[in-house]
Design a binder for this molecule. Sequence first.
Ligand code: ZN
Ligand code: ZN
Length: 333
Amino acid sequence: MKLEDEHADAVVRICSYRRRSFDQITIIRRPYVTEAVQDSLEAAFHTPPTSGLSIFDYLPKEIMTMVLLNLDVLTFFRFRQVNRYARMLSTTAPEYKLIATYGLEGMRALLRSDCARRFTMMHVYHLLVTDRCALCGHFGGFLFLLTATRCCFKCLENSPKLCLISTTNFARRAGISTSQLSKSYRSTLRTVSGIYSVFKERDRRPKKLMLKAEAIAALAPQTVFKENSIANLLIPATDNKEQRYMACIAFPAYNRRTGRTDAGVSCRGCHFRAMRRNRSYGYDGEVFSTTEFLSHFSTCLEARTIWAATNQGMMGVHDSAFILRSSSLFGLE
Ligand SMILES: [Zn+2]
Ligand SMILES: [Zn+2]
């Protein structure tokens, strides 16, 4: 089945579900926070500009737009505040308009976590319009903020490339002070409040996180480490999944062909099959893009059975406790 098919939307609604607990344990999206300023982010002022941008006015508008899109996110927003003409120029770029409409929560997370200075607007645009996980190539519905990488939940939890350490823990194991560390290495992430756990008991949230391997590689040539401290840092510590959640936010991909965003779905049929086979809550871990799901639907006997049992979407589905709880493991484990 394809996206253009008459029943495509109904098939997705009836035969798939979305695991929202992933969104709850990463940085929580709060679109209502920016609702009041959404219009001003998407449009320039109604009053025409009365002043220009001095020497930059000599550049053709196309070149100026290219320059602006290659500014880092923080500088781009500061530039928008210079005057009405700057606001007008920055707003007209189609790439910016798409980010302001569909990728605002990801951009806001970059700004809140103090990572916005390291990535350009064009980079954020490319992240928005691709739906592939940069680490495994499957559908990736998340944005890992420290490296501004699109990733899937499996890679977020398990990839050695995304292994984090708090700056205080790193400094202690390296035998240096945190102020010395912050002077020598700046690619850190400021954590923001959130849940970050499926359990009631939570660890204390560290103030700053960094990529462990990247920090060791950057600092080793600077001879800031005390003797044997690199060996000390290389001893594998328990991988803290909660810290990985603190560096990530759900980031639906924008499909330029359909003009819709895609947050990824899982198959209801596969869920019921996994529940029967394993006698568990039945999560099979597979997340598809909408297009991938429709093609999976054609080959998934259980999903097609659900479709037939609901009289092609005319009746509701009897859901499991797992799906009714927004696909959360809270209270099930
Ligand atoms: Zn992945
Ligand atoms: Zn299936």
